[in-house]
Design a protein around this ligand. Structure first.
Ligand code: ZN
Length: 239
């Protein structure tokens, strides 16, 4: 069965800022969807902030295996009730891929339990993402590193809990480093944070970046929507 992906985008910068509109005329969600739709075994839907329930109705969430999240300027406008539903769905097994400034989204912060704060600078730094877990499924098909000629800088310290794996570690022209690709598990759910993708740069047209996101989707997809057996338990042996 195909992996059902919902790409959620705040979709504000692309409508309000001419420079961003030029890079992503149909929105970041459509740029990602047009790539993922061509990937074998993946189907996509999109959802945006200004739709009713932000496009994340019960029906949409119940039919989503992996949710991709891009937000920046309007994190506070995301309804807490929707965040709660996404949070519960992740614990049930839905994968979550948090992109770039989604480090400050309500859902990511709630799942991490830390401030998720970091250093940043918009100055056209070059970014080199070094692969620091070469055998991880998310790094498959990528060489020693990915280089982006210009990106926003994010620098350590990045206030996240200890990741399960750090797949990428970025270096920037200014000298900073950053844990750019991190995985986490929460109950049944797998989470991948992936840093690149500031709205003024054409990062989501870069084939390697898109390939990593595709790998992330395949990795984060639920293997099984397991029900855990909690509570009082009968012994398995005679006692
Ligand atoms: Zn940014």
């Amino acid at each position: 069965m195909a992996i059902r992906v919902t790409i959620w985008n705040e979709f504000r910068h692309e409508q309000q800022n001419e420079q961003v509109k030029e890079v992503y005329p149909d929105g970041i969600h459509e740029a990602l969807a047009s790539y993922l739709n061509k990937c074998k075994g993946i189907t996509t839907k999109t959802a945006t902030l200004d739709e009713p329930e932000h496009g994340l109705t019960d029906d949409v969430l119940e039919n989503t295996d992996v949710l991709i999240w891009w937000g920046h300027t309007a994190h506070h406008e995301v309804d807490d009730a929707v965040v709660e539903k996404v949070y519960n769905r992740v614990h049930a097994g839905m994968g979550l891929i948090a992109l770039h400034s989604a480090h400050f989204s309500k859902i990511f912060k709630k799942l991490m339990g830390t401030t998720c704060d970091l250093k940043w600078r918009e100055a056209n730094d070059k970014e080199r993402l070094w692969v620091t877990a070469p055998n991880h499924p998310i790094a498959q098909g990528i060489g020693d590193y990915i280089e982006l000629p210009a990106e926003e800088m994010y620098g350590e310290f990045f206030d996240i809990p200890q990741p399960d794996h750090v797949i990428f570690t970025s270096w920037f022209t200014g000298g900073e480093v950053f844990r750019s690709g991190c995985t986490f598990t929460r109950s049944n759910g797998k989470i991948f944070y992936f840093r690149p993708g500031h709205e003024t740069y054409p990062t989501y047209y870069n084939e390697e970046i898109l390939h990593v996101i595709e790998n992330g989707v395949r990795w984060a997809a639920p293997v099984d929507w397991k029900d855990f057996n909690f509570g009082n338990a009968q012994p398995l042996e005679d006692m």
